[in-house]
Design a protein around this ligand. Structure first.
Ligand code: CO
Ligand code: CO
Length: 543
């Protein structure tokens, strides 16, 4: 690496004079990166392994809520937005109060046309940057398709940790996005980027439609059937992938679906008699459907057994592999809107699963639906299915879901490994606030958020050195486990044992790491490990 020392000196002299790192005022100067790696980020230097292109970055390893699971819950959003000023404006046909997929505004002059506007930004739901860009674009333009409008142009929005990740990753994300937008027939005409702590990407998309011909979420009528054009379960499968439970096939299947445009589903729907439409994204099928039944004042009855679901998802749900966003989605739909009695809990969880770049949910008369389905299936939207019917008018709306297969969704017992996944750390610290965060285990290391600046800084440092770099995640966890045994740290053993398993380490690999730690720590370390394990097993709840 070529270091410009005069530049570094100039910048660091400012930081030391001020007592703050000038690119991150929360950090002291000299910072940990400088002391440990001889890297000055303020001078534009990158970590050495990034510079040499040796680092393998798995995007989802660096996110908490993958894809649309990173949305703020509908309930919280409602609290935040209520009370904000509402202006009436004659040009606005659909405003934010409608809770629709996009805003619709009349264009000046008597063109008879309207402009449709939407923006979506989220965290990676896949590891590959190019695919993430494609998915992000497909997801953003989907709100235009959900309105039955034609996409016209787009702007990109990207957050990127420019000092920690190679530039090439951002190039790939944008390339994926631009390619997907081209497939949708539109140009990305600009954008905005932020040097951010975590990767985020999205697009603001503008569409065009006739002033009087687009789909709202308030036009559903009794007798309409509901067509869903993509399977459910993205959030559950992506979470399973983050914690090492999904196969490559599972992840490829959702990636393919997420990066597919809703173009055919949308253009074809406009040829028929469509009463209402939306796309199923972060707020789940229940969340998005509840908007339609409320705004249209209808009661709908869904048949769970006809809802398309990704192949691995039923099993993940039965095993209890459910991201926290499922709970947020459930809390966001008023209970009086739902009748889910008769469903097994795993089925309910699938209905509240946050989707990323999900399918369209279309209300149309049965005759139209029949032709619509036949046509889109022929054009490649192969998972599309009729999933229910609007039975009658009902003020406030209601969703009833039936199933004759609930016995097939009985919860499965997760194969218990020698330590329960939910063991509390020995220090007596509270469990981490967000249990959906797979990196939460590393935060349990005895330093709570209210700790002193020094212990907080140490926790930060532990997190930084523990993160995968030139050494991959699994091997780092195994090394940490060996060191925990050698240094006889009980809580560390518990955490790193879980983390090693979570990162995919086999029993053989774990026992080799433990043996290595015991070899360096001597007989007392070996005894300590044995005792720790025994007390764990004793404290396990009876199963
Ligand atoms: Co939408
Ligand atoms: Co949206």
């Amino acid at each position: 690496m070529n270091v410009d020392y005069s530049k570094r000196k100039r910048i660091m002299s400012r930081s030391t004079m001020l007592g703050h790192c000038i690119c991150d005022p929360a950090k002291p100067c000299p910072c940990e990166e400088f002391k440990n790696f001889d890297v000055c980020e303020c001078a534009g230097e990158k970590m050495p392994q990034i510079e040499s292109g040796k680092i393998q970055i798995r995007l989802t390893e660096h996110v908490k809520g993958a894809g649309c699971a990173s949305k703020i819950s509908k309930k919280t959003l409602h609290e935040i937005l209520s009370g904000l000023p509402q202006f009436s404006d004659k040009r606005v046909l659909v405003g934010s109060s409608a809770g629709d997929d996009a805003g619709v505004v009349i264009l000046p002059g008597k063109t008879g046309k309207a402009m449709v506007l939407t923006v979506d930004v989220f965290a990676p739901s896949v590891d590959d940057p190019y695919t993430f860009g494609q998915i992000s674009a497909a997801n953003s333009v989907s709100d235009i398709y959900a309105m039955g409008a034609e996409p016209w142009c787009a702007l990109s929005i990207i957050g990127f940790p420019v000092n920690r990740f190679p530039n090439e990753i951002m190039t790939q994300i944008l390339r994926g996005g631009i390619d997907k937008m081209r497939e949708a027939g539109i140009a990305v005409v600009g954008g905005h980027s932020i040097n951010d702590d975590s990767v985020k990407c999205g697009f603001a998309v503008v569409g065009i439609c006739p002033e009087k011909k687009f789909t709202r979420n308030d036009g559903a009528m009794p007798g309409d059937v509901l067509v869903l054009t993509k399977p459910l379960g993205v959030g559950i499968a992506a979470f399973a992938g983050q914690i090492g439970h999904a196969s490559k096939k599972d992840l490829d299947e959702i990636a393919k679906s997420m990066s597919a445009l809703n173009k055919t589903a949308s253009e074809t729907m406009m040829k028929y008699n469509v009463h209402a439409a939306t796309d199923v994204t972060g707020f789940s099928l229940m969340g998005h459907l509840s908007e339609i039944v409320k705004n249209s004042s209808v009661e709908v009855e869904l048949d769970f057994d006809s809802i398309p679901i990704f192949s691995g998802v039923a099993n993940f749900a039965r095993l209890g592999i459910i991201p926290g966003a499922v709970e947020r989605n459930r809390e966001s739909v008023k209970p009086e809107l739902l009748d889910l009695s008769g469903l097994a809990e795993p089925q309910e969880n699938i209905l509240f699963c946050p989707e990323t770049s999900g399918g369209l949910l279309v209300f149309m008369p049965p005759k139209d639906a029949e032709k619509y389905l036949r046509e889109i299936r022929r054009k490649g939207v192969s998972s599309a299915a009729v999933i229910g019917i609007a039975t009658k008018k009902r003020k406030g709306g209601l969703i009833r879901v039936k199933s004759s297969s609930s016995d097939k969704f009985s919860p499965l017992k997760m194969e218990r490994k020698s330590i329960p996944q939910d063991t509390k750390p020995e220090s007596g610290d509270e469990a981490p606030a967000c249990c959906a965060d797979p990196s939460a285990a590393s935060k349990q290391i005895a330093f709570s958020a209210s700790a002193t600046p020094i212990s907080a800084a140490f926790a930060e440092y532990m997190k930084a050195v523990g993160a995968p770099g030139a050494i991959d995640a699994k091997n780092k966890k195994l090394m940490s486990l060996a060191l925990s045994v050698a240094t006889k740290c009980g809580p560390c053993i518990t955490i790193n044992l879980q983390a090693s398993r979570g990162a995919g380490a086999s029993d053989e690999e774990i026992s080799e790491a433990v043996a290595l730690g015991a070899a360096f720590g001597g007989a007392s370390a070996a005894m300590f490990y044995k005792e720790t394990m025994q007390s764990k097993i004793k404290s396990m709840p009876p199963s």
